[in-house]
Design a protein around this ligand. Structure first.
Ligand code: SF4
Length: 62
């Protein structure tokens, strides 16, 4: 699984962090970071994060 976030669109509000904390995080400056190739077992969490992102900035690929 590959996670892609359009950082030009992302506004770092962090809804994805609440939905999938093992994959998404905010650094000390409040900027979003994420695991690019998370374990397949986290797929549901990642898809939830993509769903809750208000800007639809998250894409998931196989
Ligand atoms: S929910 Fe979307 S806009 Fe918000 S931090 Fe995550 S990727 Fe960025």
């Amino acid at each position: 699984m590959k996670v892609i976030v359009d950082m030009d669109v992302c506004q770092d509000h962090g809804q994805c962090v609440f939905a999938a904390p093992e994959v998404f995080s905010l650094d000390a400056d409040g900027r979003l970071g994420f695991v690019e190739h998370p374990d397949a077992s986290l797929r549901e969490e990642v898809e939830d994060a993509a769903d809750v992102c208000p800007l639809q900035a998250i894409r998931v690929e196989d």
